[in-house]
Design a protein around this ligand. Structure first.
Ligand code: SAM
Length: 279
């Protein structure tokens, strides 16, 4: 029984770092004319209205995108991310926030393919509606961990994969790593992005150790902590582990993350930008 609904969390600081890195990665993919596949293993509904009762209940977007809406700073990747979100709003003020499928759709060209997996019946229906109209975009009501393995290596031989599980079931932590290792064995040149929440730090330490021991090369980690780690339940930080990231991503994130800490974190917040495994 799936209970997680991303509508409670859309636009929060975790979405900011996740979607900013996704946008930077796809911007890099489209630098070449050659087609590529985008695979979103855990898509969610795809697009969220602020007036939605779930978003209004938690108002998590107030700690994330809302604080960046009027961004006038000098970090180009943050300005690009805010412009992307503004482009999906028809209004002066924030009214909608995109999920990863809609972020990706902004970059996918006619000859690229998009694959979107979602298991929650209600979110699947919303996702089908939000992503309808383009034959190159396929929504699948299937398990994204195993669905990914059926799609690699892609015919295009180029792919960007976003894996963004809800982690409501604790086995997701190991399943995500298992699935990445298997996918990478079949297709080692793809770009893989794994999002993670820091609720219990030991679980993330284990993900890092498993990937470091996997034999996979060229892994980077980017994390934004809005406050220090704690034993009290709740997410204090989130991050993205990137396998075969764009060569520009480390430098970009070294500019982005300190700025996001100053804009979104409390005085105990911090960031990480690390090469977990060398190229
Ligand atoms: N990637 C989305 C975004 O950035 O807007 C958010 C995704 S949300 C964190 C995780 C989603 O995965 C939920 O909508 C949940 O219903 C779905 N889900 C859970 N287990 C799944 C599985 N095994 N395969 C595909 N989708 C799954």
């Amino acid at each position: 029984m799936l209970s997680y609904r991303h509508s409670f969390h859309a636009g929060n600081p975790a979405d900011v770092i996740k979607h900013l890195i996704l946008a930077q990665s796809l911007k890099h993919m489209v630098k070449k004319d050659k087609p590529f596949d985008y695979i979103d293993t855990h898509s969610g509904a795809g697009f969220f209205a602020l007036e939605n009762a779930d978003m209004q209940k938690t108002k998590e977007y107030e700690d994330g995108i809302a604080k960046l809406w009027d961004y006038q700073g000098e970090v180009a990747a943050i300005s690009e991310y805010v412009a992307l979100i503004k482009g999906l709003n028809n209004t002066e003020s924030l009214a909608h926030y995109p999920g990863s499928p809609k972020v990706a759709e902004q970059y996918l060209r006619k000859h690229d393919k998009g694959w979107f997996f979602e298991l929650h019946p209600q979110d699947l229906t919303l996702l089908e509606k939000n992503m309808s109209g383009k034959r190159s975009l396929r929504v699948k009501g299937e398990n994204g961990f195993t669905g990914l393995l059926g799609l690699v290596p892609p015919i295009s031989r180029r792919a960007c994969v976003l894996m963004d599980p809800p982690y409501e079931i604790k086995t997701d932590y190991d399943k995500a790593v298992d699935s990445l290792i298997k996918a990478h064995k079949r297709f080692s040149t793809g770009t893989y992005l794994l999002w993670y929440p820091v609720v219990e730090r030991e679980r993330i330490d284990r993900i890092e150790q498993r990937l470091q021991q996997s034999g996979i090369k060229n892994i980077q980690l980017f994390e934004l902590a809005t406050s220090a780690d704690t034993d009290v339940h709740g997410m204090t930080a989130s991050g993205m582990i990137a396998i075969n990231p764009p060569y520009t991503l480390m430098q970009t994130m070294q500019e982005v993350l300190p700025e996001l800490v100053s804009l979104l974190s409390d005085e105990t917040g911090f960031y990480r930008a690390e090469q977990l495994v060398a190229e």
